[in-house]
Design a protein. Structure first.
Length: 263
């Protein structure tokens, strides 16, 4: 066979294989959570998928987008609180693409853009609050950060569903200061509770004294009861003074009783 015919056959075979390769490359399969943003001669054409799709080679180009929720760690950020305390804070954000067209066309790299925005927003929001709020009101801060991120990423076709502050790290001196503050607060509460108890007790004692003063016999009974309690506790001789008021009360009662009999 002449060499020219061999060359023609080889060329024809190559063309056929090239055509088959190009034809096969036009067929794409996208998973349920994937979408393809298709461009026609450089201009946006449509969003395709999921399932079996056709992309015309050389004329159309496709960019694949994952619609699943992305869990992104926000690196530790140096934050100065409103009361001038320096802390390190890190967080995690949960977001997903809800509009593939915006995610590809409106921003160069939506993952990197979202990460950078989350870092700056974290510093900005936490810098407006005091340290106590960072430690005690994390749910409120999470909601504030999530709302701001969701609004700013809406133009990128991204939905931020949740933000969680993971750690608020303090230096050793600040930890000691917080411990001292907590100890002082506990001491203050203990003194307040003790003072309230003394106030309530004094009120009850005043009330009891007022009632006993109205009945001299009641005072005597209380006096005798106290003597009985002391005698039962210690096996020793106790000299216990007898109040003159009790004696006078008993004498007056006896005198009144005799006068009544004489009449």
């Amino acid at each position: 066979m002449p060499p020219i015919l061999n060359n023609i056959e080889i060329f024809s075979t190559s063309i056929i294989f090239l055509f088959i390769a190009i034809l096969l490359s036009a067929f794409r399969i996208l998973r349920e959570y994937e979408r393809g943003v298709v461009f026609l001669l450089g201009r946006f054409y449509k969003v395709k998928g999921p399932g079996f799709i056709i992309v015309i080679p050389l004329i159309q180009q496709m960019v694949k987008v994952d619609l699943r929720t992305v869990v992104m760690d926000v690196p530790s950020q140096d934050v100065i609180s409103r009361d001038n305390v320096s802390v390190k804070v890190n967080a995690v954000i949960y977001f997903r693409v809800i509009d593939p067209q915006k995610a590809i066309i409106n921003v160069e790299d939506f993952l990197q853009a979202t990460s950078q925005l989350a870092q700056t927003t974290l510093r900005s929001v936490l810098g407006q609050h005091e340290l106590d709020e960072m430690l005690a009101n994390r749910d409120m801060l999470n909601t504030d950060i999530q709302t701001i991120l969701d609004e700013r990423t809406d133009g990128w076709g991204i939905k931020v569903s949740n933000v969680e502050i993971k750690h608020v790290d303090l230096n050793e001196s600040m930890i000691r200061a917080i411990a001292q503050q907590a100890e002082a607060e506990r001491t203050r509460r203990a003194k307040v509770i003790h003072a309230l108890g003394e106030l309530e007790a004094s009120g009850k004692l005043t009330e009891a004294a007022s009632k006993l003063s109205e009945q001299p016999n009641a005072i005597m009974l209380r006096y005798l009861q106290t003597l009985t309690e002391i005698a039962g506790e210690k096996n020793s001789t106790i000299l216990f003074p007898l109040p003159m008021e009790l004696i006078n009360g008993l004498l007056e009662k006896n005198i009144k009783g005799k006068n009544t009999e004489n009449h």
